[in-house]
Write a protein that binds this ligand. Sequence first.
Ligand SMILES: Cc1cc2nc3c(=O)[nH]c(=O)nc-3n(C[C@H](O)[C@H](O)[C@H](O)COP(=O)(O)O)c2cc1C
Length: 332
Amino acid sequence: MNASDPADTPELRTVRTALMLACRAPSLHNTQPWRWIFDGTRLHLFSDPDRLLRSADPLGRQLVISCGAVLDHARLALLSMGWFADVIRTPDPNLPGHLATLEFRPWPGSLNTTAARIRAIRQRRTDRLPMLAPPGWIEVFDAIRELARPHHVAVDEVCDSDRPRLAAATDHATALRRYDMPYQNELHWWSGHSDAKEGIPVAALVSDAEGARVDVGRSFPAAPYSLRRGQLEDQSRLIVLSTLGETPAQWLRTGEALSEVLLECTARGLATCALTHITELVASRWVIADLLPDKGVPQVVIRIGIAPEDTDPVRTPRRPLEEVLEVRSLRP
Ligand SMILES: Cc1cc2nc3c(=O)[nH]c(=O)nc-3n(C[C@H](O)[C@H](O)[C@H](O)COP(=O)(O)O)c2cc1C
């Protein structure tokens, strides 16, 4: 793009349309902790420190993972509009919160393998209910592993015999946090309301009776009594995304890989739920790290399965674009 005036240009309209779609990306508690600046030529991604969850995420690890997810969504959304985005993941140290810059050029080529993931952006939802086992799992697992590989993010499956350890780590995390008031206040602030633009609405949460049938899941404020998916006990598969280290660059890449994995699963008709309640606490993080063949740093666990057709997944709200996109030059 070579527009010098960032007033209402075709380029800006493209950016706006692409970001409207990209902001469907998942984020911790639907905080949507990202900001974009379009300078008329390039699109710059920043994290939003006002949306840091100080108790659940004191280092901002999940804040950056969430930004990585929106970055990958933005790349795909631009591609769907005929623009190939080069992602420059070298933050400018003079710009606080700067994470990456997208430079784009026309892309006359076909979308090939990405088309299904682009379509999946509108369909993907976090599903916290019990799931059926995913069919054709070996093929699915190989595909998502390949998608994460370019981001240097490892994908490992939690085998059936190790699953009770994650369930126990879940119980432990829940118990540790039951009386952690800063954590509980934060959780209740961001979930269980019907805010029009952020947070997790009550309809996307599960009742106690439903949550009791999912062995590995974050404990949210319970939704009113309901018994969706009958007597189904969770049969999902669990995978772990991990990195070799613990740097913001690796967190960003984790978010990009998370986006690819969730969208690929959605494109294949599978339900997903990203989980980090057990990677937030040192003790439970060690439990997961111990299961990984390469002893990497566990970042995100994902439940993957089939949602029976008896329930419509809930579409969570998003902030208006004006709140997350500024059109101006980077420096005054
Ligand atoms: C970094 C990250 C961590 C998340 N952790 C959890 C979690 O521990 N438990 C959970 O149920 N959902 C988790 N989610 C899913 C978010 O709550 C969800 O993406 C958000 O509410 C928006 O809803 P949607 O995914 O349906 O669009 C996480 C998402 C991200 C990106």
